[in-house]
Design a protein around this ligand. Structure first.
Ligand code: IVH
Length: 676
């Protein structure tokens, strides 16, 4: 009997140990999730993270009684729903009065001052994220409900989907209030939106007109596995009902939200003067295209909660806040014609020729219609009045057709059966029609333009106009031919002088020294973009090795799938590829391999920019980064991961702060590269 009790005790003890380990793993995973998705500063490698996650999954599979809804394993897993339930907000989600003119902002300030008397007023300015408003409810620090705004009073219960968004904590850090309702915006990063649309286009599925529609469509998926596959993100900007804590200001709320584990926009600012608010609005309008998320204006909020309460609300909009919007990026115009462009791979793309319109300071006269199916779906006809949108640096899109303006004189457009440029046959390849002409001048022009482009062989001066003439005059028949051009050849072209010709020849000559990854990218292999080119360049020693690679070897490289592998094999099977490579070699094109990544690639995928004077030479700093698999760029963009500041930093520092890029000093840099 005694023996029995002991064993029982042992299992109970053992179970307690397992429960503890599960708890510990969850804490670790939540923490590393936060480092990765919220701070963008991972502390451990992906492999280590995967190990922790796997261990937790295994333990939970064995001991399902220990699974809790806030376990990181529970982000996906729920079954598709039949329909969404409804959710009533405990405090209505208000909307904002929006203004577009500066004088309206002054008037807002006057109204606020009149109502509050002679008091000091501070304004919080936040970017107005163009996504989808959400409320996320935490009870005792655990996410229990996620819901859309709906009509402000009642929204849809999208908890399952919200839980798949990695930057939304499943449980709060630091403290666990009995109740915290967090409000914010779900959005899709512009870069991810473009990738998603490209993929949907390739599969012939319906594409999204803009990142906001993509975010909304993804949140309102009945199958959470689809939502999980969509790259959504979240910025928190406010709270609903809160128990266990009082906030005095909006600024305090934003800081609190950061502390408990949310992403808050790095572009939020606090001002005392409305003039400063207006200036900041103008500043953000200038950099909006550089951000990886869409903003359509700023939200101006009176900072003090007590003042907010005194100002109150009228007809569902607070009197203490306004949206100060940027100039619209949607305009009406007319479709003058629909033409077909032939791309580098022979793909036929219908393009709408528009009556030129100004959208956000840029003249738009063309909009892509992507492919035949999109054209049919949108039902765009020649003569139609359409709504055109220019979203960030995305190619202008036709959002919709204003059917009420149709007169009956509009003409439907049919995709041609023959290539409009070379007359060769056109074959259907999924949703895409492709010209199969091997010598199609349109394809050749695009291939050479790609080859010479800045991110490929970087031949300055060899632009579209010159290339078109070279092809039309049959002076080149593949990209390698440009290396055999003489000054006499170039001088035959229109608008070509001695000086320009020399400049182009010099640039052509200079491009002969390149890197392996640029050369691979320049070849224009289908499905091989810059990223894949760099994967291939670090996997293979030289072009010969790449050329001889088998399908199995290619697909064994992480991130290279069957479609890409097949495309690479097909490319190197062509006789024309053989000829091209031989000619390039003959011309003296040489490439260097990137430095071998011997050490653990702890900075893989990270981009650094240096500004100011460091105590070690820049070249050395650059080598440090590259040895660890990172890259060094010369200018700051939203893709930059770290800006390293030395003495007397320049404007790059300002840019970094505007874009919310992480800024580190030399000491931190040395620590990151393991030199300290
Ligand atoms: S505050 C009273 N802050 O704009 C507070 N809204 O019409 C109301 N939005 O539905 C919202 N960024 O979807 C607030 N920083 C921000 C925002 C923001 C985007 C959206 C939100 C809301 C709409 C207001």
């Amino acid at each position: 009997m005694q023996e029995q009790a002991k064993i029982g005790e042992n299992t109970a003890e053992r179970k307690e140990e397992i429960r503890k380990r599960i708890e510990e793993l969850r804490d670790l995973i939540h923490y590393h999730n936060y480092r990765y998705y919220v701070l963008d500063e991972p502390e451990i490698s992906d492999a280590e993270y995967d190990r922790l996650f796997k261990e937790l999954e295994d333990l939970e599979a064995k001991y399902p009684e220990f699974i809790t809804p806030d376990s990181p394993t529970q982000r996906i897993g729920a079954k598709p729903l039949e329909e969404f339930g409804t959710y009533e907000h405990s405090i209505p989600m208000l909307s904002l009065n929006s203004v577009t003119e500066e004088h309206e902002v002054w008037e807002f300030d006057e109204r606020v001052r009149r109502a509050l008397g002679e008091e000091e007023i501070e304004y919080v300015v936040e970017p107005k994220i163009d996504g989808l408003a959400m409320e996320i409810v935490y009870r005792d620090g655990v996410l229990v409900v996620g819901s859309t705004r709906g009509d402000g009073r009642v929204g849809e219960d999208v908890t399952q989907n919200i839980k798949t968004i990695k930057s939304i904590p499943l449980r709060l850090m630091k403290e666990r209030l009995p109740l915290l309702e967090v409000r914010g915006e779900v959005y899709m990063p512009v870069s991810k939106f473009k990738e998603l649309n490209k993929e949907l286009g390739r599969r012939g599925e319906r594409m999204f007109a803009n990142p906001r529609n993509a975010a909304a469509g993804s949140v309102r998926q009945l199958d959470p596995r689809v939502t999980a596959s969509r790259p959504l993100d979240f910025f928190a900007y406010g709270v609903g009902r809160v128990e266990g804590r009082e906030f005095r200001t909006q600024w305090e709320i934003l800081n609190y939200l950061k502390e408990v584990g949310f992403r808050v926009s790095p572009l939020v600012r606090l001002f005392r003067k409305i003039r400063e608010v207006i200036e900041y609005h103008d500043e953000l309008e200038k950099i909006r295209a550089e951000l990886d998320y869409e903003i359509d204006g700023v939200v101006v909020k009176v900072n003090s909660i007590e003042q907010q309460n005194r100002l109150g609300t009228i007809s569902r909009s607070p009197r203490w806040a306004i949206a100060y919007k940027f100039a619209p990026r949607e305009e009406f115009t007319k479709v003058k014609d629909i033409v077909v462009q032939v791309g580098r791979t022979g793909a036929l793309t219908p393009v709408a020729v528009l009556e030129p319109v100004q959208i956000g300071g840029v003249t738009v006269s063309r909009a892509t219609l992507h492919n035949e199916e999109e054209l049919k779906r949108k039902d765009v006809r020649i003569g139609d009045t359409v709504v055109v949108e220019r979203a960030g640096d995305v190619i202008p899109e036709i959002v919709s057709v204003v059917k009420s303006k149709r007169t009956g004189a509009e003409k439907e457009f049919k995709m041609p059966d023959r290539c409009p440029v070379c007359g060769a046959e056109v074959l259907k390849d999924g949703p895409i029609r492709r010209c199969i002409g091997v010598a199609c001048p349109a394809q050749l022009k695009e291939r050479i333009k790609h080859f010479a482009s800045q991110r490929a062989m970087d031949i300055e001066g060899l632009g579209g106009k010159v290339i078109e003439q070279l092809v039309d005059r049959k002076m080149v028949s593949d990209p390698a031919d440009i290396y055999f051009l003489t000054k006499r050849d170039l001088l035959k072209l229109d608008r070509m002088g001695e000086k320009l010709a020399q400049k182009i020849l010099d640039a052509i000559d200079k491009s002969k020294q390149t890197t392996f990854e640029r050369l691979i990218y320049a070849l224009g292999i289908r499905h091989v973009g810059e990223h894949t080119a760099s994967l291939l360049a670090s996997h293979f020693r030289d072009m010969d090795e790449l050329r001889n690679a088998s399908y199995d070897e290619l697909v064994s490289i992480p991130e290279i799938g069957p479609e890409v592998a097949r495309s690479i094999i097909l490319f190197f099977e062509q006789d024309s590829t053989d000829r091209l490579l031989r000619k390039l070699e003959e011309a003296g094109v040489r490439y260097e391999k990137l430095p071998e990544v011997k050490k653990e690639a702890t900075l893989a995928g990270k981009t650094f920019v240096f500004t100011g004077k460091l105590s070690i030479p820049r070249e050395d700093a650059k080598r440090l980064v590259e040895e660890l698999g990172g890259r060094v760029a010369t200018s700051v963009s939203k893709k930059t991961d770290y800006v390293v500041v030395g003495e007397d930093p320049g404007s790059k520092l300002v840019k970094a702060q505007q874009l919310g890029v992480k800024v580190i000093d030399e000491e931190e840099f040395m620590a990151l590269t393991g030199r300290k």
